[in-house]
Design a protein around this ligand. Structure first.
Ligand code: SF4
Length: 377
């Protein structure tokens, strides 16, 4: 191929080689058609270097939509709603049904707003929607119709889904109004996706350190095996990596162990004898391999005495009114820094000398050397 210095010559050599190695079918025909277009570049009068030719071949192949498999024969069809309208499918899956994205935000025409169009239409002919078409209002109806057609295309099964959080930022996503309306139409019930069978407004009472600790919080996700015998808790973090595996860090990272206990208690009502195997932080900003920090239930059981001791110390400090704010490197990442104010270090210096806080501070400072950056919840 290097010998030819025209686009057409290089294309011919490449396609000869392609035909001798690749079985000729509908897909290979599309590949050949895409590559053949490069012959037209001879009209530029610029001979291709081998590197340029390779780059252009890659680009035309990337631009070309080459379907893998045959429609409704082998494999799923991945298309947008517009392309799928009017075609029946055995199963229809519509993912990403997030508010402001499905349907997309629909903007008005920048020059003539819908309201102005309506006024003009009335003057021109008496009807609101003619002769000037409404841009935003009309689009929403179109999107609604497309969605209705897509749902109706499912012959056996329909799966609608939305991500609860935005990958990358960890921000919560809301379900699309289309999704909520579809669920209501199909089941007759309104669904609050923030709720689940084990959700409760009441605090979860945990028997810890000889007393009842009422725990409030929100677990991002619980995965259950199909048979309901095992579970795993996951909490998403958008900040930098924090914490150590199976470690309380002097009482500073109790979220995972407490979630483990709360999940176990709540799930037990639904699945008797369930094993909640672990709770983990999932750091969205980290590279895939180092995204998790886990707390295993077995490790929690082995460290139960340590946890009891930590909780007893914290509960005792609160009861005695000496549970003091202990500012450190974490303040830079804390949502409450404004509330704590600049005087926290001063208050700390004064209260730290109180013998009643000694045990609490010892517990914390035992881990102080292990610094890392705080994560946003
Ligand atoms: S700002 Fe206040 S609440 Fe936040 S970590 Fe610092 S001391 Fe604690």
């Amino acid at each position: 191929m290097e010998e030819s210095n025209t686009w057409d010559g290089k294309v011919a050599t490449l396609l000869n080689a392609f035909e001798s190695f690749i079985e000729q079918d509908a897909e290979s025909l599309l590949v050949k058609q895409a590559v053949r277009k490069l012959s037209e570049l001879d009209a530029t009068g610029i001979p291709p270097s081998q590197a340029d030719f390779t780059r252009w071949v890659e680009e035309v192949l990337q631009d070309e939509v080459i379907p893998a498999g045959r429609f409704q024969r082998n494999g799923p069809t991945v298309v947008n709603l517009m392309a799928a309208r009017g075609v029946p499918f055995k199963i229809v899956i519509i993912p990403g049904m997030v508010e402001k994205s499905f349907p997309p935000l629909i903007g008005q025409d920048a020059i003539l707003l819908d309201q102005e169009r309506k006024v003009l239409n009335r003057v021109l002919g008496g009807k609101e929607k003619e002769p000037l078409p409404l841009k935003a209002e009309g689009r929403l109806e179109e999107e609604r119709l497309l969605f209705r057609l897509a749902i109706g295309a499912a012959r056996e099964k329909l799966i609608l889904s939305f991500p609860r959080i935005e990958i990358g930022t960890g921000r919560e996503r809301l379900p699309s109004s289309f999704l909520l309306a579809a669920v209501k139409a199909l089941t007759g019930k309104s669904i609050d996706f923030q709720e689940s069978e084990i959700s409760t407004e009441e605090p979860v009472p945990l028997k810890l350190a000889g007393q009842t600790v009422n725990l409030r919080g929100r677990i991002d996700r619980i995965d259950l095996t199909k048979d309901g015998k095992k579970a795993r808790v996951r909490d998403y973090k958008s900040g930098n990596k924090l914490g150590k595996e199976n470690d309380f860090q002097g009482g500073r990272t109790l979220q995972l162990p407490l979630y483990l206990l709360a999940a176990k208690q709540l799930l037990e009502n639904l699945h008797r004898g369930i094993q909640v195997e672990s709770a983990e932080y999932y750091f969205l900003k980290e590279k895939k391999k180092s995204r998790h920090i886990k707390f295993d239930f077995s490790a929690l059981e082995a460290k139960e005495t340590e946890l009891q001791e930590i909780l007893k110390t914290i509960a005792g400090s609160i009861e005695e009114g000496v549970f003091i704010a202990a500012p450190d490197y974490q303040c830079d990442y804390c949502d409450f820094e404004m509330i704590c104010g600049n005087w926290t270090p001063m208050l700390f210096d004064r209260k730290a000398k109180d013998p009643r806080v000694k045990r609490y501070l010892e517990m914390r400072t035992g881990e102080k050397e292990d610094t890392g950056e705080e994560s946003e919840g």
